[in-house]
Design a binder for this molecule. Sequence first.
Ligand code: PEP
Ligand code: MG
Length: 605
Amino acid sequence: MTFSLRGLAVAPGIAIGRAVLIASSRVEVAHYFISTDAVEAEIERIRAGRDAVIEELGRLQKSVSQMSRNEAPHELVAMLEVHLMLLQDEMLSDGVRHWICERHYNAEWALTTQLEIISRQFDEMEDPYLRERKADLEQVVERILRHMQGASALMTDLNKTNSNSTPRNPIRNDKQQSPQQNLLSEEKHDVPLVLIAHDLSPADMLQFKQSVFAGFVTDVGGKTSHTAIVARSMNIPAVVGTRAASQLINQDDWVIIDGDAGVVIVDPSPIVLSEYNFKKRQGELERTRLLRLINTTANTLDGQKIELLANIEVPEDAAAALDVGVLGVGLFRSEFLFMGREVKGLSTLPSEEEQFNAYKNVVLGMHGLPVTIRTIDIGADKPLDKKEKAQDAHLNPALGLRAIRWSLSEPDMFITQLRAILRASSFGQINLLIPMLCAVSEIQQTLAAIALAKKQLDDEGIAYGSVPIGAMIEIPAAALMLPTFLKYFDFLSIGTNDLIQYTLAIDRADEAVSYLYDPLHPAVLHLISNTIKQADLHGKPVSVCGEMAGDASMTKLLLGMGLRSFSMHPAQLLKVKQQILRTDTRKLKTWTQQVLNAESPQEFI
Ligand code: PEP
Ligand code: MG
């Protein structure tokens, strides 16, 4: 049955494919695609796991049958019968085989996918007895998984069952691996796949950079949540904040993701499908046309030279940045080097050497173009690990110990990062950018930490280059005390994503208040315009590196405010350049002032 869902359009374009649902965290197992050669072995793995469980339950059933009537717990006898029946159920085994053979899911993923499908059917049953058999099915699948993982916790669980309650144990992966990890594949898939999940962390999203997915949909998330930002950087259509996509869409449903309109269409009719196929081709043509601008200098009609820089998350992104002709990296979000590194549930931090190599690789990869490295901005919707996110759930992490606040509270970590960045500056021009500053005491502590890192390197005779130091303006307090910032720093970079969040008190990752997240709010525009003006007056470089810089509908306004340096994901660059090439900044003065004076600036855009 066709239906559609509305969400937030976060990455443009149309994707059409079969839904791949990532099971909720209740069922945590590794997900990866297998090669065609591995299909038989994978089926054999499942069969062996299932046979082992049948054998074990059979043995147990035998020993129970030897007990006297009074000794044998009634619940255990009944449960064993049900479990053995479920284990031999064709719907389970045929389904699992289907996911392995047709979609090349690994065995555990195939098993949990089929579990989810059958579970939904149980949920719809009217008979309460049958509905409750879902718990039995979950236990059966858990036992197979445990056998496949070599664990043997069977007896413990049976003892629990014996205590009269039917346990609904979560199926956990002993490796504590993120369920989204390893969704990478060298294999070509005949059918395009789109990913549907309740939530994806920015670190999970990063894994998908090399994945096979043609698009993404999540239940939660805001337009400038970091998950959305990474999706945008991948140039793959995405819709977030749909609220219930992961519950309403079934595994393998055909899905259209309209990343321009923020709409998801499930099980489309042939007419709708052909309409969207047409739209998709139009989009592809438009992108091909834009490629012609790669070698054109980004000058306005009146000859103003505009600097277009790249936002990157990992060193490998440098190549894509060069491909579209950037003049440097304006924002390297270094925190992505620190995320998703849990080993046995504990976070680990990258060493100085590992960081040094990553920073050096970006610098070398940019072939002499400047690279702005932002010190770690962890916290809020970018937790170091999942445990941290769970601990923060009752607080307001966006207002908590994130970014420079966290760095200053972890001096060893901070000095290690600063040393690594400074060392990499021997290999090319690096600018050091500090996130989330809002108080002069923080500024002074930060500069002291940088001085200390330099002194250590001097004492050890380790070389480093001349590194300009810049501050992000992303808290209203910072935008309201610019003279102080301009006194201490060599350059400024406006982080509009957070500036909007903190000015309007709107959590950027919360879809429930996303309707209020407004880059064109007069208060936001005044803070941005004033920051650009003040920096100009002091002769200090200023750029915008928040998502507004990559939004072509904002280009004219930012140019009108006097901005001459834009940093954005490479995928957004040519559209913005197209706007720049069409603009005469001399004609923007009156209009920009009208926009800034307006109660509802969007009427002018
Ligand atoms: C911003 O806040 O605009 C910014 C660029 O930083 P981030 O999105 O990583 O918070
Ligand atoms: Mg920010």
